[in-house]
Design a protein around this ligand. Sequence first.
Ligand code: ZN
Length: 203
Amino acid sequence: MSPITHLLISWNIANLPRHSSQRDRALVTLAGIVPDLDGVGLVAEGFTRNAEEPLLWWTHYHHVAAHNLTAALAVTALAALLANGRRPTALLAGIAFHLHLVCDVIGSRGADGYPWPIAYFWPFSNSILWTWSGQWSLNAWPNFAITAVALTTTLLLGWRRGYSPLELMSSQLDQRFVAALRQRFPRASDPVAADGRRRHSVS
Ligand SMILES: [Zn+2]
């Protein structure tokens, strides 16, 4: 699936606990998108396409180098090391990482029909590959539906809790976004202004 869909799903996983720190939410969300780092080989492959010996890093390593158990263990250990709430964050990071793999297996068929199998035990084994016969294309409607649901719950979480994935980039930007969201859809608990409209407050 697309990195945006993975990000939204991972953000929702990060928000499963009612209370969490910004750092822990960032760690879980990053754990859910980090497998796609092995897709950056696309740039090198694109640049060397017409070379005598093209670098086939995308072809050979996408869904291989970072979509595996070894990477999952490394990411989970790193999350445990850096988190405020070590155990829940490590657990959620492991879940977000594996949910990324599952989403790729069910909905990342290429335009040419290639299933982009997951080499889960790479680099120790290249022969065990995850695929699913019912896999749909990357641009198929279920992916748009999943993205729409994840986006809706993300907006709902932002409206209720006062933070969104934008906090990964800038707290100020995030607060402005939540303010706009709550101004458009006032909460019952927001104070009512003298003119009868609800005033915004970030809490
Ligand atoms: Zn992926």
